[in-house]
Design a protein. Structure first.
Ligand SMILES: Nc1ncnc2c1ncn2[C@@H]1O[C@H](COP(=O)(O)OP(=O)(O)OP(=O)(O)O)[C@@H](O)[C@H]1O
Ligand SMILES: [Mg+2]
Length: 217
């Protein structure tokens, strides 16, 4: 369902963030994207979310060629993808509720249903009691969990998570990983970028390993 063919991503001043990346992730897979800092993990996820275009090569999602997707189709295409950003990208002055409900409002979900779903996902990440708090009053780990809730509330077909446990203590990291597995079992394809090898060893799954922008394994 996700296919990359000879994908390159170059930035100005001769930085090659990704070099000749070819791999496939099947529908319903659980995959880890790993590699040291600067290896290209975030860059790769951003290409899959259509935040950037590859310099060359092809990316297909569900058979659709992303390199040929017109800009106007991007919001529609993103409906099916949940993205947990490494730096969260939450709106600091908004409440937890507003940060999450916003996603469903854009999709035209009814008010009552929105409330039900936001409460449910906040329960899943253990933040029911923070629903009316502003983001700027939360700890780093709590903000990370809001970012996770926001990504899963629309029940996406694909979940892309960029270092989603970076700010969590080991117990909370395990709970979040369990949550990803539950979501995966229900049919969502999950790709988790992390350099936390302990997490990978513990949970297994498919491993896509990057080094200096190249596939290492
Ligand atoms: N917008 C950009 N402009 C120029 N260079 C960039 C840009 N984004 C990323 N890079 C470079 O591309 C390379 C890969 O970066 P990327 O953020 O994908 O690494 P990463 O594997 O996610 O690292 P980390 O584990 O630290 O998050 C790095 O050398 C980085 O400096
Ligand atoms: Mg990164």
């Amino acid at each position: 369902m996700i296919q990359l063919y000879h994908v390159y991503k170059k930035y100005p001043e001769d930085i090659t963030a990704l070099s000749d990346i070819t791999f496939k992730v099947e529908k319903g897979d659980f995959a880890f994207l790993t590699g040291p800092s600067g290896a290209g993990k975030t860059t790769l996820l951003r290409l899959l979310f259509f935040e950037e275009k590859p310099t060359s090569g092809q990316i297909l999602i569900d058979g659709r060629n992303l390199t040929k997707l017109p800009k106007s189709r991007i919001p529609y295409f993103r409906r099916n993808i949940g993205f947990i950003f490494q730096d969260f990208k939450l709106i600091a002055e908004w409440t937890v509720y507003d940060n999450i409900s916003f996603v469903l409002e854009v999709l035209g979900v009814a008010k009552k249903e929105i409330r039900k779903r936001v409460i449910r996902v906040l329960g899943m990440v253990g933040l029911q009691n923070k629903i009316a708090k502003k983001i700027q009053t939360l700890s780093g780990g709590e903000q990370q969990r809001v970012a996770i809730a926001r990504a899963i509330v629309k029940e996406p077909k694909i979940l892309l998570a960029d270092e989603p446990t970076g700010n969590l203590d080991p117990d909370m990291a395990c709970e979040i990983m369990e949550l990803f597995y539950e979501i995966n079992v229900r049919g969502t394809t999950v790709i988790v970028a992390t350099h936390n090898m302990a997490l990978i060893k513990r949970y297994g799954g498919r491993l896509i390993s990057l080094k200096y922008g190249r596939l290492a394994a």
